[in-house]
Design a protein around this ligand. Sequence first.
Ligand code: CBY
Length: 430
Amino acid sequence: MRPSYQLPLVGLLLSSLIPGQLCKICEVSKENYSDLKPLLSTMVNSKYTRGIQAANTLLSLRLVGIQNQSLEHQLTQGIQEDMKRKGSDLTSGQLALIILALGACKNTDEVFISDAHLVRKLEEKFQAEIENMEIHNGNPLTNYYQLSLDVLALCLFSGDYSVTEIVDRFTPDNKNYYFGGHFSVDTGAMAVLALTCVQRSITSGKIEADEKDLNKINHYRESLVNKTLSEEKDGLFGNTYSTGEAMQALFVSSNYFENEQNCQKTLHTVLRNVSQGAFRTPTAAAQILPALMGKTYLDVNKDSACAHSPDFNISSDDPVSVTPTASPSKITVNYSVQINKTYSTSVTVKNGSVFLDVMEAAQKKNRTLFCFTTEESSWGPYVTSVQGIQANNNDRTYWELLSNGKSLSQGVGSYVVKDGDNLEVRWAKY
Ligand code: CBY
């Protein structure tokens, strides 16, 4: 692993000319590319090449310069099928991600973006988010991670947006950066990327804004970066899954990685997690890879980006480490649903089962108490209701997953349960 260095003199000169644009990148060195193979095989071998997972994967592969026409074609097809199926039900952030993925690296999909008026549709969806905030106490239809993706895509693909609106909505103390009072690193990082793009567009004269707004945007970036840095633990920011986006934000808006030790610590911890199989879902792999190769979502329409394929073999089908299947082959866990009262049961499932298997087993035992519904998200199934009680973004309510009293950092489709776990789904507010 080795961070890339700018020529010191040129670097100094340029960074004094374009403040904030030439920050230090911290990336895995070529000799260590083999450490990234598990991520690639997860993305390439995944059966879930549809929808938003496909958009995440395509964006990531293009950004890091892996050119494989048949794979790109397959992913593009998957995205377009999903768009047809969902129609206007696509959320704003999903559409933004699709635009970023299709538009990445100046390729022929750009024709589709303009023929299907995707940027105009995104402008409308972004407006609908703002309108929902006006009616519902500042709560968007989706969340600020998606609003940031919207701004980023509009900014990169010359969409229309109001700088004053962004200055009003993205103040660092806005409640939407927080879940249960806790700063969401994923959300903050995505906002830093979006605000950095807007700031660059203003300074380069691409869009107009007054100096007051520009200063505010710079202040927001700084404040969000500091909040991200204060969530650092053992080289990770927030948790394993927010670190890729946090790294991107730090690349474009801070000098944190100028310190070699900081860089090594983060790369070391992330690569350890990779080798332990933490990124076995396509979206998880897709969201960490660009940062590890020194790329950010702001590189999407850079001429120089995506230029060359890195030196590793795409068809590699290295086995992704699997959890050891130790005996016994059946395990027993406690499962409870907490609303005001707690409803508990104990279920026996196969060793290696995930949270969702437990919920299904409990539902089979008692439909009234343990029935639930899920929706597909880019990270796998998301629990939308339990006992008929529906999560609702306007009220900031959701079903929280816990094990032994601790909130989980994985969803129901990925969290592998252990014998004796006390699993819980809790009606909560974020
Ligand atoms: N993506 C989105 O719109 C999601 C944005 C995101 C910030 C996301 C994390 C980060 C990302 N990189 O995608 C996010 N989660 C949000 C906004 C939310 C809220 C969803 C409702 C809304 N307003 O849109 C909410 C309710 C606060 C939430 N996440 C809940 C949960 C729990 C889901 C439980 C359930 N009902 O199924 C859960 C499991 C936490 C818990 N203990 O209950 C959860 N999230 C987790 C763990 C995660 C991480 C997933 C990691 C993994 N390996 O599976 C996450 C990456 C993510 C997805 N959430 Co939310 C955050 C993290 O841990 N770093 C854009 C779209 C286009 O794809």
